[in-house]
Every structure is written in structure tokens, then in C-alpha cells.
Design a protein around this ligand. Structure first.
Ligand code: PMP
Length: 406
């Protein structure tokens, strides 16, 4: 049997709990700034027009059926996914030293990478994640038996990057440590290193022989430009790092529930690199087989249809600019409303931060007060999902913030 002392009641996932509370709130003024999913101007989920088109194409294709896909997923999907995140002219691809497996969205990619490292990585057993990070990083790495530690990331006063603290932690960690890096649009803070800062981080990691584990859940969603959002990954590969990348298509295709993602492993340049990567790929395939047998088809088919068609690809880029553009506009709107109200404090961080989230700097007490009084739902750490704001509620939200800050 499973007594309570051995199987205690686990706490509810904080984000899904928040969504439940939001749904139960009957106030007509309620605002959902919790979960990280894009919302349109009317606070509704948005099916990308290009996804509608791809769906239509798939539905009219009499060749498609529901047979099992390959263990590593749909090849036309993983090849283009690799081009996108590694760079189509990447030395890793030209020199056949990358391998890619389709996964259960970004979460599955992080998990597959964690599992592989737990089994085969010869360096340290500690994985360093930013403080704070996407909460699931802690659980995923612990679940495979690795130890998780954190490195400083967010500077409370500037609400920007604690670059000095971060560098010091990278220096002080034992050689050959694993570091999880958010490729762009850091969750939950919205704070990214600049390209110069990435260059410095890479230099330290090279000197210390650290292992980069990139998590990329927001490519194209942050700046609206796919290459710019993948800059750090491209740079580390150019520098010859051995690394892995977890890639999600949940946000940039709006395919949240369809679970389309990809895991990529890259080895360093070497004469036998193609053999090394083939061995790595063969072990990843065994792990994949034992975990999920083979990944789901629909989301990957949609993404593959778009990535393999130049016209649909440009339409997707346009859709990405619509989403990132609306979020950037909401950042400016929120900042200027707060500045107009002369809300105590500085608010430049709202527009300095990038991507789906903003770390407002509100305390847990202030978050709870806003929830009770104004029916605005955000996570206790003061993170807001920018996509939940629109022209109809941004002023209401700014006034609620103004009230609790005073
Ligand atoms: N990593 C980070 C940093 C994320 O923010 C997310 C999405 N919340 C993911 C990975 C994975 O999400 P999904 O499994 O839905 O692709």
C-alpha cells in the first residue's frame, strides 16, 4: 500500500492552480496574466493563420494516415527544425556533427536531454539553472537523478541581469559542469544577456569546459526575428562547443497542446565527429523508444508543412511579427501608463525586458492584493504574461499596480 508518510499529497502545480482560480472568478473585470500562452487583442487564444492553411493542406492530403512515425520523429520536421535553431549554414550541419529527435514539445526535449546526460555525461552530476528559472527545470533534472543548483541571474535593484553574479558562479562551479541557458526571452524574468555578454559567458564556459544546455522555447517570439533569437546558440556552435538544445514550437506556432518539439545534440569539430554523433543518436533513439516509442504526428506535420514551403514560411514570419509586435506595443503602453500615473519606482524594465513575460518587481503581498482587489491573476513572484494585456485592460492593470505600490 501507499501510506501518506511515503506518498504525501503533492501540492498543485502553481500555474495550473492559478488558471483554475481565474476561471472560478466571476468578476467581469478579471484579467489573466498567468500562464504563458499568447492572447490576441480580445484576450482570446489565436490560431495562427498559417497554421489554418497548413491544417487545410494536411486534411486534403489522401496519402496521410495514422500509422506509427519513426522513433526519431518525422525527418522533414527534424531537418528543418535543426536548420532553424542551429542555422541552415551551421558548421555543425555541414560537418554532420548534429543529431535531432522529435520530442513531446520543449518539456520532452529538456527531459530527453536530461535523461541522456544522467546516463552518459562524464562531467559533474550537478546541473546549474538560473535563479529564477522555469520551475519545471528543477523537477525534470531531479527526476532523472541529477542534482540541481542555481546561478545568480536577476538583479533585484536594476530588474536586469546580474551579470557579475552570474559570471562569478560560472567561474566558481567545478570544471565540466552543466549549465542550462535560456536561448532567448528568459522565463520568468524577460531578461536576456546582450550579445557581448553572451560572448563573455562563452569564454568562461570554454575556459572551464562547462557544458551548455540551451532551452529555446521562444524563437521568433521574442524579437520577431528568428535568427536574432537564435544568436546565442549559433555563436556557441561557431565557437566549437559540444552542446544540446531543447526546442519548442508551442509558442512560436501557437501549437501548445499539440506538443511539437525537437531535441538536438551537437559534438565539437573532430575527424570522427560524424561517428560520435551517430553513436549519440543511437543511444538517444533507445531512450526515446523506452519513454514514448515515437512522437505524436499532428503538430510536427503542421510545422513541417510550413517550414518546407517558402511561401508559408514567410507567412509564418509575418504571424510571428504580429505576436511579438503586439507584445512589444503592450510593454510600451504599460510603461507609459505607469509613468503617466507617476507610480512610485522606475518602469523602464517593462520595455527593457523581452518575450512573453515581465518580472514586474511586485512582491508576493502586492500580487495577492491585486488578485483580491482587482481580480488580476499573476504568479506570486510578480511575473506577468504580457500577452494577457490588451488595449481594453492595460490601463485598468496599470491603475491596480499604482494602487498597491503607493
Ligand atoms: N522551457 C521554457 C523556458 C519554457 O518557458 C517552456 C514553456 N513554458 C518550455 C521549456 C516548454 O514548454 P512546452 O513543453 O509547452 O514546449
Amino acid at each position: 500500500s501507499f501510506p501518506a508518510n511515503l506518498v504525501p499529497q503533492a501540492p498543485e502545480d502553481p500555474l495550473f492552480g492559478l488558471a483554475r482560480e481565474y476561471r472560478a472568478d466571476e468578476s467581469p473585470y478579471k484579467v489573466d496574466l498567468g500562464i504563458g500562452a499568447y492572447r490576441d487583442e480580445n484576450a482570446k487564444p489565436w490560431v495562427l493563420p498559417v497554421v489554418h492553411k497548413a491544417d487545410e493542406i494536411l486534411r486534403n492530403n489522401p496519402e496521410l494516415n495514422h500509422e506509427y512515425g519513426p522513433i526519431a520523429g518525422i525527418a522533414s520536421f527534424t531537418t528543418k527544425a535543426a536548420d532553424l535553431i542551429l542555422g541552415s549554414d551551421s558548421p555543425a550541419l555541414k560537418e554532420s556533427r548534429a543529431t535531432s529527435l522529435q520530442t513531446i514539445s520543449g518539456t520532452g526535449a529538456v527531459h530527453l536531454g536530461a535523461l541522456f546526460l544522467a546516463k552518459f555525461y562524464q562531467g559533474g552530476r550537478t546541473v546549474y539553472v538560473s535563479n529564477p528559472t522555469w520551475g519545471n527545470h528543477h523537477q525534470i533534472f531531479k527526476n532523472v537523478g541529477l542534482t540541481v543548483d542555481t546561478y545568480p541571474y536577476f538583479h533585484k535593484e536594476t530588474k536586469g541581469l546580474d551579470f557579475e553574479g552570474m559570471k562569478e558562479a560560472f567561474q566558481n562551479a567545478p570544471d565540466h559542469s552543466i549549465f542550462v541557458l535560456h536561448a532567448c526571452a528568459h522565463n520568468p524574468t524577460g531578461v536576456d544577456p546582450t550579445q557581448d555578454q553572451w560572448t563573455e559567458i562563452a569564454a568562461i564556459m570554454r575556459e572551464k569546459n562547462h557544458f551548455p544546455f540551451f532551452d529555446c522555447a521562444y524563437q521568433g517570439f521574442a524579437s520577431g526575428n528568428l535568427a536574432r533569437d537564435a544568436w546565442a546558440v549559433h555563436y556557441f556552435i561557431e565557437q566549437g562547443f559540444e552542446l544540446v538544445v531543447a526546442q519548442s514550437f508551442a509558442k512560436n506556432f501557437g501549437l501548445y497542446g499539440e506538443r511539437a518539439g525537437c531535441f538536438h545534440a551537437v559534438t565539437s569539430p573532430a575527424e570522427d565527429a560524424p561517428q560520435t554523433i551517430a553513436r549519440i543518436g543511437s543511444q538517444l533513439a533507445i531512450l526515446q523508444r523506452s519513454e514514448i516509442s515515437n512522437p505524436p504526428l499532428y503538430g510536427a506535420r503542421i510545422v513541417s508543412t510550413v517550414l518546407n514551403d517558402p511561401e508559408l514560411f514567410s507567412e509564418w514570419e509575418e504571424n510571428l511579427r504580429t505576436m511579438s509586435g503586439r507584445i512589444i506595443t503592450m510593454r510600451s503602453a504599460l510603461r507609459s501608463k505607469l509613468e503617466e500615473l507617476e507610480t512610485p519606482g522606475t518602469w523602464n524594465h517593462i520595455t527593457d525586458q523581452i518575450g512573453m513575460f515581465s518580472f514586474t518587481g511586485l512582491s508576493e503581498a502586492q500580487v495577492m492584493k491585486i488578485r483580491e482587489e482587482a481580480h488580476v491573476y499573476m504568479t506570486k513572484n510578480g511575473r506577468i504574461s504580457m500577452a494577457g494585456l490588451n488595449d481594453s485592460n492595460v490601463e485598468y492593470f496599470a491603475k491596480a499596480v499604482d494602487k498597491v505600490v503607493r
